[in-house]
Ligand binder design. Sequence first.
Ligand code: TRP
Ligand code: ZN
Length: 469
Amino acid sequence: MTPAHRPPARRRTALLATVPVALAALVGATGPTAAGAPGAPGAGDPYFPLSGNGGYHVRHYDLTLRYDTSSRHLDGRAVLAARAGQDLSRFDLDLTGLKVTGVTVDGTSAAFRRAGQELVVTPGHTLRTGRVFRVTVAYDGTPQPVTDPDGSADGWIPTDDGAFVAGEPQGAMTWFPANAHPRDKSSYDITITVPQGRTAVSNGELLGRRTEHGRTTFHWRESRPMAAYLATATVGTFRVEQYTTPDGIHVYNAVDPREASAAAPVLKKLPSVLAWESGLFGPYPFRSAGSVVDHAPGVGYALETQTRPLYDSAPDISTLVHESAHQWFGDSVSLTAWKDIWLNEGFATYAEWLYAEQHGGDSAQKTFDALYARSAGDHLWAFPPGDPGSGRNIFDTPVYARGAMTLHEVRKAVGDADFFRILRAWAAAHREAHGTTAQFERLAERISGKRLDGLFRTWLFTEGKPKNA
Ligand code: TRP
Ligand code: ZN
């Protein structure tokens, strides 16, 4: 996909990258079997230039992990089924820390080297455009979280009884080799072996669970496309509850006993929250659901891990509503660039406002008014949410709150009927795929028949507190 809004600078870079190929072909210096070009080391996202990789798409990850909760040692084997998008002479995966002990491509050992967060793989011969190939990476070590530009930690975060595994925006590379940008979505098999008594929770369905020699292996499968940052393999001492909702959704909740009494009344509402959101946003995008409620003091955030949000402590109802709304907005409909983050956080925040409005709390208008009353110097107006400027700002208040205010402005401009039509159409049209801010604006204009460019410019892209609320 080539979004029309992509900045020209990126196109120039992409063009330059193809020059050596063209030159080699012209000069004829390399025969047809030696042709091809290296895949780019990043997906071209200016906020996280090395996240993701160019030149190929991963269709499926098969991860086999073993985690020793006392030594904190991780043994991993990743098998990636990928497809070359160009003639590939070599390609990168994202992986940081850990030791790589071997790489094969289609069963033949391949040369590899580490360069920062890039694992650079050179197969024995060029992979032709369209070729489906299999990469195996054997690795091990003590995973360490990465520090985000905003100072928070993400990735594999050790806890007192296991690990809190949350990959947004760049933590997937701390525990498996990946094409780790939301532009690349894949299905996953994740098999994790942990000491008996601990539980390893991942995305999608639990296909099998087996205890042998004091260790338990959990086999999880997420068959719907998933961005790498939404994968988890959270390990801990958990109380597990499983049931199927009247809508046929398989729920798997794993709760740290220390959080159990606080979590219970909120988790009980999960089926009704998903049903309520389905009424507003269209059918729930997945067949599995649930929650992982860990006890991870110091993490400071929750994550909308696909099908099964991850909480660092017992969530309140707003947080449950927020992470559940992300299943539509962020997980099923994914970003193509981190600067569009308001499409995730503004929408999930607005879902909280709507939930309050329809469950005896403040109206969305009242929530909006309280925010709008903040003075022009308030941090809420520090930057416009449509392009927060850098990875440091992607989880900051303007993205969440002013992002939600933008949706409220759209709602006022088009009326409730069209507004909810727009939300449903957005989730349906980009289901299991991607969406951009420009596409959302066009959809809102098409459905409402109104020009909304001024509204979006003011609320998403103009510095300072908007005047015409
Ligand atoms: N997307 C998460 C939420 O809103 C928040 C989040 C994920 C986060 N990773 C983070 C916040 C890193 C701060 C730092 O629901
Ligand atoms: Zn969120």
